[in-house]
Design a protein around this ligand. Structure first.
Ligand SMILES: [Zn+2]
Length: 503
């Protein structure tokens, strides 16, 4: 492959990816809202069975419809089922195992299990997973399945876009999906190990411009000296700082200046820059290094920001003869990463600003909290129910809980179910998870909460008056202690259960 050729095609592919992403938006609207005027006209004319996702284009179909199908094809690549009651999902044919990319069980299916739906894997009485059956039919997928939270109250399954947290399509996420495809296409035939673009580039929690830049780095298409020379551009291909030949690896890793920057970087990794020869081969491990305290960036990636900073520093040096120091480059990268992270946080907070609910005197107040262990994926749930007559404290331990948010959700569901089973008609439910409360009160919960939020709505619909509100952590101390206690007891029990029986 010649470098200039791939670069020449890049701009066009880029525009094409954007174009497809916009077309997919139209298809998404048709899928979500087939009864809108446009949907009724188009679907009845070109899509006789009404299923946009499976219909094919008649040869005489106009260009407009063909375009919609191009968008539809992009959409279809990243759709997956979110389990509700499991009724609409074929165990072997549909993608339903994960929430971040379409994933089906690996076959082959046995003759008896070939036609099963996911509903068949759920116990009718309790609405919980039938572990025995899952262990028989899908032993290798047991853990992934148990981490999914089906609806126990019969909510329908939902076919969602897996590129965003809430499963709603966005042009930006469609563009990333299209670009990931383009990348795979370009790389076809190149001897490269499996590379997860989605996970290690497009899904990184960094600014979009930094993602795009990393994509170019990893594709090897930054206009550094060596590459410009290869494209017969008459320049001096030497590194301006040290005089060595300027390749991408030189610029961001091996140049003495870059070395100094990396030496100063407070990374927790054991990754030696000097050993790095192939950026793409080492990238997965390299980018995962976290920033040590006290930079305040413990959970956001810093490596892409540093590389981006090195590139910007190079531009300033080449075009403005501004040299900068390694310490400057590093601190600018950390500041940029922090600013971006806190802007995201602020955005998230603004969209879920909920006043503390205290003004309404509802008959019963239920407060809940969850404790969750990232290592064991166990959770402790604690909730207190206070009515005029009495006060009840409850707790429970559970396993296979994929995140703290899911634990909070399951916990609130328990709390609502308890009140419902005691015939409570008016209640205020409080949790200190603002994310959960906005998921309940808003339109589109995160995919991992889908079944839980549906169930909470179904149970709550039997109340005469019900409010879900946020309270501060300090005021939720009692439920918090119950939850922690429940987690501790549950983990003790699990340990005991795992020990071999005495002889
Ligand atoms: Zn150099």
């Amino acid at each position: 492959m010649t470098l200039s050729k791939s670069n020449g095609g890049l701009g066009i592919r880029d525009i094409q990816a954007f174009n497809d992403a916009y077309l997919a938006k139209i298809s998404w609207r048709l899928k979500e809202n087939p009864d809108c005027l446009l949907g009724r006209i188009l679907l009845s004319k070109y899509c006789p069975d009404g299923n946009l996702l499976t219909c094919s284009a008649p040869s005489a179909a106009p260009h407009g419809w063909q375009s919609i199908l191009v968008g539809r094809d992009l959409l279809a690549k990243n759709l997956g089922w979110i389990v509700g009651n499991g009724d609409s999902i074929k165990v072997w044919n549909d993608a339903w195992l994960t929430l971040d990319s379409p994933c089906r069980p690996m076959g082959p299916a046995t003759r008896e299990s070939a036609e099963l739906t996911v509903k068949d894997l759920i116990l009718e009485e309790t609405g919980e997973w039938n572990r025995g059956l899952i262990q028989t039919i899908l032993p290798f997928e047991e853990e992934r399945i148990l981490n999914l939270q089906p609806s126990t109250k019969g909510a329908p399954d939902a076919l969602k876009w897996l590129g965003t947290r809430t499963g709603e399509y966005s042009v930006k996420s469609g563009y990333y999906t299209a670009m990931a495809e383009v990348t795979d296409e370009i790389l076809e035939g190149e001897p490269t190990p499996e590379f997860d673009w989605k996970k290690t580039v497009w899904n990184l929690a960094v600014a979009p411009k930094v993602k795009m830049f990393m994509w170019k780095c990893l594709r090897g298409i930054l206009p550094v000296g060596e590459r410009l020379l290869a494209r017969h551009i008459n320049i001096n291909p030497a590194c301006k700082r040290c005089g060595n030949s300027e390749s991408i690896n030189h610029l961001i890793f091996h140049c003495p200046f870059a070395r100094e920057v990396w030496d100063l970087a407070p990374l927790d990794g054991r990754f030696g820059i000097s050993g790095l020869t192939d950026l793409r081969a080492d990238w997965t491990e390299f980018q995962a290094q976290k920033c040590l305290p006290p930079t305040g960036l413990s959970s956001s990636p810093i490596v892409p920001w540093i590389i981006w900073g090195l590139w910007k520093a190079r531009s300033r040096y080449v075009f403005e003869t501004f040299a900068g120091t390694p310490a400057d480059i590093l601190s600018q990268a950390i500041v940029a990463a922090k600013e971006w992270a806190s802007a995201q946080e602020k955005k998230a907070k603004c969209s879920q600003k909920i006043p503390e609910q205290t003004s309404r005197a509802l008959g019963t107040i239920a407060r809940s909290d969850a404790a969750w262990s990232e290592t064991t994926k166990n959770a402790g749930l604690g909730w207190t129910v206070t009515s005029r007559e009495q006060r009840t404290m409850l707790k429970k331990g559970i396993g296979f809980t994929p995140s703290a948010l899911v634990a909070e959700g399951l916990e609130l569901k328990e709390s609502v179910a308890t009140c419902s089973s005691h015939g409570v008609k008016e209640a205020l439910f409080e949790s200190d998870s603002s994310q959960l409360i906005s998921a309940i009160n808003g339109d589109n919960p995160p995919l991992e909460l889908y079944g839980i939020v549906e169930d909470i709505h179904i149970i709550a619909s039997a109340f005469d008056d019900v409010v879900f509100g946020w309270i501060s952590r300090e005021r939720n101390e009692e439920a918090d202690l119950l939850a922690k206690n429940a987690l501790r007891l549950y983990e003790q029990e699990v340990v005991v259960a795992l020990m071999p029986p005495p002889n």
